[in-house]
Design a binder for this molecule. Sequence first.
Ligand SMILES: [Fe+2]
Ligand SMILES: [Fe+2]
Length: 348
Amino acid sequence: MSDQNAVQEFDEQLGTRGLEGLWFNITEADIVGKEPRTTLMPHIWKWTDLYQSLLRAGDIHGLGGQAERRVLCLVNPGLRDLKMKRQRGTTHTMQMTVQLLKPGELARSHRHNFGAFRFIIKGRGAYTVVEGEKIVMEEGDLILTPPMTWHGHGNDAETLVWIDGLDNILLNSLQVISWEPYPGDFQPIKESFKSTAHWAGMARPVWEKAVGPLAYKWGETYQTLKHLEASDGSPFDGVALEYVNPVDGGHTFPTMSCGIQMLRPGEATQTHRHNSSTVYHAFRGSGVTVIDGKRYEWEKGDCFVVPLWSWHSHQNRSRNEEAILFSMNDRPMLEALKLYREEPGEGA
Ligand SMILES: [Fe+2]
Ligand SMILES: [Fe+2]
């Protein structure tokens, strides 16, 4: 028997015993290398496609049994081939979706152990109910539904579009995901929103041990951005803010974080890279993000992804108007595991 046949026969025998030999050269097998590797791809979703598709979904899919939520998932082209549909995230850890709620509609209540947030991008006057608290949704607001909080949405005003961000892809890969419907369809509204009063300013109630529903109102967020307009800002992100967890001053969620950044008229940032991935939504203005040397031009409403370890920089294309990007990233998860890495580009 030739050596090759003997190796193959031995490998097959090991397979029947639930074993596998580590004979191959790991780097030649393209498994690991000196730098992080990813199948994620940079990609941009244009607002016209997103909005037209949402309106069409609104014509075709009702709620109340037909669809749990009227949601479009932004699927990264580098993950499209995965067999498990629910693993096809916007990145390998997170999912960004866009959601439409029409006047008179109710999206029934449920809860899950993955964290979620909404960032409102179009319309006003609809509401979400989290743990019995009714929270009105207006453009630019960020509203958190922490893990295992009951939540549903209602609309007695105008058609509303928002972005959802979830860490469900990470939890699914850890095989610990859970989800359950609210008994009785829609949870009762217990009280008007108290959390703004609870978490206002720099003070926090000492008896609150966990973050409940949280809303970051656009007016306050924008005011903070404008207050910092004349500052140096971050060389890589301009005037960039992170939405802070008010209990411990840490990231928005233990696994993912939300950010808002203003690129001042004509501002161009320096290049860097990190092993966290970021999904952006252009909330105002227009600009270009260069990802590994390729230009991605964005306008209000577009969403795009910067995969981990890709070199990137941002530029506001306007000389007169500010540009504002909302974003989500998985840096907290990497930091918790002591895996986070970041590098400035040449000349930075
Ligand atoms: Fe949910
Ligand atoms: Fe970055």
